[in-house]
Write a protein that binds this ligand. Sequence first.
Ligand code: PMT
Length: 225
Amino acid sequence: RGKNDFAGLRVLVTAGPTREPLDPVRYLTNRSSGRMGYAVARAARDRGAAVVLVSGPSSLPVPGGVGLVPVTTAAEMAAAVKEHFPESDVLVMAAAVADYRPAAVSPDKLKKRDGVLMLTLVPNEDILTDIASRARKPGQVVVGFAAETGDPRPAALEKARRKGVDLMVGNDVAQPGAGFDVPTNTVVFAYPDGRSEQLPEMDKYEVAWHLLDRVLTLRGGRGSC
Ligand code: PMT
Protein backbone atom coordinates (compact mmCIF):
# COMPACT_ATOMS: atom_id res chain seq x y z
CA ARG A 1 0.00 0.00 0.00
CA GLY A 2 2.27 2.71 -1.23
CA LYS A 3 0.91 6.12 -0.39
CA ASN A 4 2.93 9.13 0.48
CA ASP A 5 0.22 11.37 1.87
CA PHE A 6 2.05 11.83 5.22
CA ALA A 7 5.34 12.88 3.58
CA GLY A 8 6.77 15.90 5.40
CA LEU A 9 4.65 15.26 8.51
CA ARG A 10 5.98 14.32 11.94
CA VAL A 11 3.85 11.82 13.81
CA LEU A 12 4.34 11.14 17.52
CA VAL A 13 2.82 7.88 18.77
CA THR A 14 2.64 6.39 22.26
CA ALA A 15 2.25 2.65 22.77
CA GLY A 16 2.30 -0.06 25.36
CA PRO A 17 1.79 -0.06 29.09
CA THR A 18 3.58 1.90 31.76
CA ARG A 19 5.13 0.22 34.79
CA GLU A 20 4.84 1.88 38.18
CA PRO A 21 7.41 0.43 40.59
CA LEU A 22 6.59 -0.57 44.13
CA ASP A 23 10.04 -1.79 45.09
CA PRO A 24 13.09 -3.05 43.14
CA VAL A 25 11.30 -6.25 42.08
CA ARG A 26 7.59 -5.37 41.79
CA TYR A 27 5.47 -3.02 39.73
CA LEU A 28 1.87 -2.18 38.77
CA THR A 29 1.01 -2.39 35.08
CA ASN A 30 -1.74 -3.42 32.63
CA ARG A 31 -2.23 -5.80 29.73
CA SER A 32 -1.22 -3.51 26.85
CA SER A 33 1.14 -5.26 24.40
CA GLY A 34 1.92 -2.21 22.30
CA ARG A 35 0.31 -3.74 19.19
CA MET A 36 -2.16 -0.89 18.57
CA GLY A 37 0.40 1.89 18.89
CA TYR A 38 3.05 0.01 16.91
CA ALA A 39 0.48 -0.49 14.13
CA VAL A 40 -0.15 3.28 14.05
CA ALA A 41 3.60 3.91 13.90
CA ARG A 42 4.01 1.43 11.02
CA ALA A 43 1.07 2.80 9.05
CA ALA A 44 2.28 6.40 9.47
CA ARG A 45 5.78 5.36 8.36
CA ASP A 46 4.33 3.51 5.35
CA ARG A 47 2.51 6.71 4.36
CA GLY A 48 5.73 8.73 4.42
CA ALA A 49 5.68 10.31 7.90
CA ALA A 50 8.70 10.79 10.14
CA VAL A 51 7.62 8.79 13.20
CA VAL A 52 8.69 8.96 16.83
CA LEU A 53 7.36 6.09 18.94
CA VAL A 54 7.31 6.58 22.71
CA SER A 55 6.88 3.06 24.00
CA GLY A 56 6.42 1.49 27.38
CA PRO A 57 7.86 -2.01 27.87
CA SER A 58 6.86 -4.19 24.89
CA SER A 59 8.27 -7.32 23.28
CA LEU A 60 7.35 -6.15 19.76
CA PRO A 61 10.08 -5.42 17.21
CA VAL A 62 10.53 -1.71 16.52
CA PRO A 63 9.30 -0.92 13.00
CA GLY A 64 12.24 -0.04 10.73
CA GLY A 65 12.75 3.67 10.18
CA VAL A 66 10.79 4.61 13.30
CA GLY A 67 12.56 6.52 16.07
CA LEU A 68 12.05 4.70 19.38
CA VAL A 69 11.97 6.49 22.72
CA PRO A 70 11.77 3.73 25.34
CA VAL A 71 10.13 4.64 28.65
CA THR A 72 8.99 2.74 31.71
CA THR A 73 6.83 4.89 33.98
CA ALA A 74 3.97 7.31 33.25
CA ALA A 75 6.19 10.18 34.41
CA GLU A 76 8.85 9.18 31.86
CA MET A 77 6.20 8.90 29.15
CA ALA A 78 4.89 12.37 30.08
CA ALA A 79 8.38 13.88 29.82
CA ALA A 80 9.03 12.24 26.42
CA VAL A 81 5.66 13.31 24.96
CA LYS A 82 6.12 16.89 26.19
CA GLU A 83 9.61 17.00 24.67
CA HIS A 84 8.53 15.77 21.23
CA PHE A 85 5.02 17.28 20.91
CA PRO A 86 6.06 20.83 19.88
CA GLU A 87 7.81 19.57 16.71
CA SER A 88 5.03 17.06 15.87
CA ASP A 89 2.13 17.55 13.47
CA VAL A 90 0.13 14.64 14.86
CA LEU A 91 0.02 12.97 18.29
CA VAL A 92 -1.68 9.58 18.67
CA MET A 93 -1.79 8.32 22.26
CA ALA A 94 -2.50 4.60 22.06
CA ALA A 95 -0.54 3.84 25.24
CA ALA A 96 -2.31 2.50 28.31
CA VAL A 97 -0.91 4.96 30.84
CA ALA A 98 -1.29 3.98 34.47
CA ASP A 99 -3.74 6.31 36.20
CA TYR A 100 -2.08 5.71 39.59
CA ARG A 101 1.36 4.94 41.00
CA PRO A 102 2.45 3.78 44.44
CA ALA A 103 2.84 6.79 46.74
CA ALA A 104 6.27 5.58 47.76
CA VAL A 105 8.82 3.36 46.04
CA SER A 106 10.67 1.24 48.56
CA PRO A 107 14.43 1.16 47.91
CA ASP A 108 14.51 -2.38 49.35
CA LYS A 109 12.36 -5.38 48.54
CA LEU A 110 9.20 -5.26 50.68
CA LYS A 111 9.22 -8.08 53.21
CA LYS A 112 6.34 -10.51 53.55
CA ARG A 113 4.45 -9.96 56.80
CA ASP A 114 1.35 -11.49 58.41
CA GLY A 115 -2.02 -10.04 57.47
CA VAL A 116 -3.13 -7.69 54.70
CA LEU A 117 -0.84 -5.27 52.95
CA MET A 118 -2.34 -1.84 52.20
CA LEU A 119 -0.98 0.11 49.25
CA THR A 120 -1.45 3.84 48.87
CA LEU A 121 -1.71 4.99 45.26
CA VAL A 122 -1.49 8.57 44.05
CA PRO A 123 -2.83 9.82 40.70
CA ASN A 124 -0.50 10.23 37.74
CA GLU A 125 -0.73 13.34 35.61
CA ASP A 126 -3.07 12.95 32.60
CA ILE A 127 -0.61 13.47 29.73
CA LEU A 128 -3.28 13.78 27.04
CA THR A 129 -5.30 16.40 28.92
CA ASP A 130 -2.18 18.48 29.52
CA ILE A 131 -1.05 18.29 25.88
CA ALA A 132 -4.51 18.90 24.43
CA SER A 133 -4.98 22.04 26.52
CA ARG A 134 -1.84 23.62 25.02
CA ALA A 135 -1.88 26.02 22.07
CA ARG A 136 -1.60 24.08 18.80
CA LYS A 137 0.35 24.81 15.66
CA PRO A 138 -1.94 25.18 12.62
CA GLY A 139 -3.06 21.71 11.59
CA GLN A 140 -1.62 19.99 14.67
CA VAL A 141 -3.95 17.08 15.50
CA VAL A 142 -4.28 15.27 18.84
CA VAL A 143 -5.82 11.78 18.99
CA GLY A 144 -6.48 9.67 22.09
CA PHE A 145 -7.73 6.15 22.69
CA ALA A 146 -10.41 5.28 25.23
CA ALA A 147 -10.29 1.78 26.71
CA GLU A 148 -13.77 0.85 27.97
CA THR A 149 -15.67 -2.22 29.05
CA GLY A 150 -19.09 -2.20 27.43
CA ASP A 151 -20.31 0.14 24.65
CA PRO A 152 -17.36 2.54 24.21
CA ARG A 153 -19.30 5.20 22.27
CA PRO A 154 -20.74 7.31 25.14
CA ALA A 155 -17.51 7.24 27.15
CA ALA A 156 -15.38 8.00 24.08
CA LEU A 157 -17.61 10.99 23.20
CA GLU A 158 -17.43 12.22 26.79
CA LYS A 159 -13.63 11.74 26.93
CA ALA A 160 -13.19 13.49 23.56
CA ARG A 161 -14.82 16.61 25.00
CA ARG A 162 -13.34 16.41 28.50
CA LYS A 163 -9.76 15.72 27.37
CA GLY A 164 -9.93 18.31 24.58
CA VAL A 165 -8.72 16.04 21.75
CA ASP A 166 -9.66 16.24 18.06
CA LEU A 167 -10.52 12.54 17.89
CA MET A 168 -10.99 9.83 20.53
CA VAL A 169 -10.81 6.20 19.40
CA GLY A 170 -13.03 4.08 21.65
CA ASN A 171 -12.56 0.34 22.04
CA ASP A 172 -14.40 -2.21 24.15
CA VAL A 173 -11.52 -4.11 25.74
CA ALA A 174 -13.86 -6.80 27.09
CA GLN A 175 -14.88 -7.88 23.57
CA PRO A 176 -13.05 -10.80 21.94
CA GLY A 177 -11.00 -9.56 18.97
CA ALA A 178 -10.67 -6.07 20.44
CA GLY A 179 -8.50 -4.16 22.89
CA PHE A 180 -5.49 -5.60 24.69
CA ASP A 181 -2.96 -7.98 23.15
CA VAL A 182 -4.91 -9.23 20.12
CA PRO A 183 -4.06 -8.53 16.45
CA THR A 184 -7.49 -7.01 15.71
CA ASN A 185 -9.61 -4.20 17.12
CA THR A 186 -13.17 -2.91 16.89
CA VAL A 187 -13.24 0.85 17.31
CA VAL A 188 -15.57 3.81 17.29
CA PHE A 189 -14.25 7.21 16.23
CA ALA A 190 -15.71 9.87 18.55
CA TYR A 191 -15.41 13.60 17.92
CA PRO A 192 -15.83 16.45 20.42
CA ASP A 193 -18.76 17.86 18.38
CA GLY A 194 -20.77 14.70 19.16
CA ARG A 195 -20.24 12.87 15.84
CA SER A 196 -19.21 9.23 15.95
CA GLU A 197 -18.41 6.48 13.47
CA GLN A 198 -18.40 2.74 14.21
CA LEU A 199 -15.90 0.52 12.37
CA PRO A 200 -16.18 -3.29 12.13
CA GLU A 201 -13.52 -5.61 13.57
CA MET A 202 -10.31 -5.45 11.54
CA ASP A 203 -6.56 -5.83 11.84
CA LYS A 204 -4.94 -3.13 14.01
CA TYR A 205 -2.90 -2.00 11.00
CA GLU A 206 -6.17 -1.41 9.12
CA VAL A 207 -7.59 0.49 12.12
CA ALA A 208 -4.44 2.61 12.07
CA TRP A 209 -4.88 3.29 8.37
CA HIS A 210 -8.49 4.49 8.90
CA LEU A 211 -7.36 6.57 11.87
CA LEU A 212 -4.70 8.29 9.74
CA ASP A 213 -7.32 8.98 7.03
CA ARG A 214 -9.43 10.78 9.66
CA VAL A 215 -6.35 12.71 10.82
CA LEU A 216 -5.82 14.00 7.27
CA THR A 217 -9.47 15.03 7.09
CA LEU A 218 -9.09 16.89 10.40
CA ARG A 219 -6.04 18.65 8.95
CA GLY A 220 -8.17 19.69 6.00
CA GLY A 221 -6.58 17.27 3.54
CA ARG A 222 -8.15 14.34 1.75
CA GLY A 223 -8.45 10.95 3.45
CA SER A 224 -8.92 7.62 1.69
CA CYS A 225 -10.31 4.24 2.60
O1 PMT B 1 -1.37 -2.33 23.23
P1 PMT B 1 -2.45 -3.30 22.80
O2 PMT B 1 -2.30 -4.65 23.47
O3 PMT B 1 -2.58 -3.40 21.30
O4 PMT B 1 -3.85 -2.73 23.34
C1 PMT B 1 -4.39 -1.57 22.77
C2 PMT B 1 -5.07 -0.67 23.82
C3 PMT B 1 -6.29 -1.38 24.39
C4 PMT B 1 -4.07 -0.33 24.95
C5 PMT B 1 -5.45 0.64 23.05
O5 PMT B 1 -6.33 0.34 22.01
C6 PMT B 1 -6.10 1.67 24.00
O6 PMT B 1 -7.30 1.67 24.23
N1 PMT B 1 -5.26 2.60 24.53
C7 PMT B 1 -5.68 3.58 25.54
C8 PMT B 1 -5.72 2.92 26.90
C9 PMT B 1 -6.09 3.93 27.97
O7 PMT B 1 -5.26 4.30 28.77
O8 PMT B 1 -7.33 4.40 27.92
P2 PMT B 1 -7.95 5.47 28.97
O9 PMT B 1 -9.39 5.54 28.59
O10 PMT B 1 -7.58 5.10 30.37
O11 PMT B 1 -7.21 6.83 28.62
C10 PMT B 1 -7.70 7.71 27.63
C11 PMT B 1 -6.55 8.42 26.94
O12 PMT B 1 -5.82 9.21 27.89
C12 PMT B 1 -5.53 7.50 26.28
O13 PMT B 1 -5.16 8.07 25.03
C13 PMT B 1 -4.36 7.49 27.25
O14 PMT B 1 -3.11 7.32 26.57
C14 PMT B 1 -4.45 8.88 27.87
N2 PMT B 1 -3.94 8.96 29.27
C15 PMT B 1 -4.48 8.19 30.25
C16 PMT B 1 -4.02 8.31 31.56
C17 PMT B 1 -2.97 9.22 31.83
N3 PMT B 1 -2.47 9.36 33.05
N4 PMT B 1 -2.45 9.96 30.83
C18 PMT B 1 -2.92 9.85 29.55
O15 PMT B 1 -2.45 10.54 28.65
